[in-house]
Design a protein around this ligand. Structure first.
Ligand SMILES: [Fe+2]
Length: 298
């Protein structure tokens, strides 16, 4: 699939929004291959790159693993959240493209829970616990939530220092708002999918588009007129029944943002109508086509 991925033009950039692989060598091989074909490659880490698998020769954990991935990207000339944000000057530009690494802090809590501890307890009770709990180590931070807090502070500093005259494309593996998670088959899983603290970042940082993955539910939503685009490829078992792998999603020039919220009654209408609180659909009401069958592997 990676070998078949080709740019439409020699000037195309490619955003890789995380979860390339779980072993260091797989990440290196994939990014090297993509960089050889695209004019630029921009990477934001997913949770899977940050796993430390027992059989990976690279046994770095937590921040040390992230920093090693950043150094790897620099040897490959791939942009990371630690580098000056590149400015796209092609069609739809100029736009600052900002890859972000923010993680999550368990604030997308399931209904009926008031604290992160209660949210995690509900996930254990439901048997829906992200593999990150075993393999994504927060070292040297005490917890993944603490690491998230540090990333938020550092990223706010970097975004504040960008050229304020240009709009941005914000690229984060995890959705910047909770609404896209409300269609998850298991609401307990949302706590591993982002943080409430980025809820207004599309406005604060003048986003022309927000790009994310992680949920394996590719779709276009919008908030405040800003497109929120889930670009995840998913596992082969998810797309092979439909044939070939999905083509890359064009981000710029931007297409017209989808209506927000989706019309009442639409099967993907999970965003609240104006003035109404978000709703969480019961499992029976969710369309099978957008179910997330393998939540513990996301
Ligand atoms: Fe992910």
């Amino acid at each position: 699939m990676v070998d078949a991925l080709r740019p439409a033009s020699a000037d195309d950039w490619l955003i890789v929004a995380g979860d390339i692989g779980e072993r260091f060598s797989d990440v290196e091989r994939t990014l090297r291959s993509l960089r050889s074909r695209f004019a630029a490659v921009i990477w934001a880490p997913g949770n899977h790159e940050l796993w430390t698998l027992p059989d990976d020769p690279v046994q770095l954990r937590g921040q040390a693993r992230y920093r090693a991935l950043v150094e790897l990207c620099r040897t490959l000339d791939v942009a990371t959240p630690e580098d000056p944000y590149p400015v796209w000057r092609g069609p739809g530009g100029p736009v600052t493209v900002a890859p972000l690494f923010l993680l999550y802090d368990y604030s997308f809590r399931p209904p009926g829970t008031r604290t992160a501890q209660e949210a995690l307890a509900a996930a254990h009770a439901a048997g829906v616990v992200c593999t990150d709990e075993l393999l994504l180590h927060p070292d040297p931070y005490p917890s993944r939530a603490d690491w998230c807090a540090a990333r938020l502070a550092e990223t706010e500093r970097l975004l504040a220092a960008r050229d304020p005259a240009l709009p941005t494309v914000l690229v984060n593996h995890f959705p910047l708002r909770r609404e896209p998670t409300e269609i998850l088959r298991h609401p307990e899983f949302a706590q591993w999918c982002g943080t409430e603290r980025t809820r207004d970042w599309h406005r604060r940082f003048n986003a022309a588009a927000v790009v994310y993955g992680h949920l394996h539910i590719p779709r276009d939503l919008s908030t405040d007129g800003v497109p929120f685009l889930e670009v995840s490829l998913g596992y082969p078992r998810e797309w092979q029944p439909r044939g070939a792998a999905p083509a890359p999603r064009r981000i710029l020039p931007a297409t017209a943002p989808p209506a927000s919220p989706l019309p009442p009654g639409h099967p993907l209408s999970t965003l609240p109508a104006p003035g109404r609180p978000p709703t969480v659909r019961p499992p029976a009401a969710r369309p099978a086509a957008v179910r997330q069958p393998w939540p513990v592997r996301v």
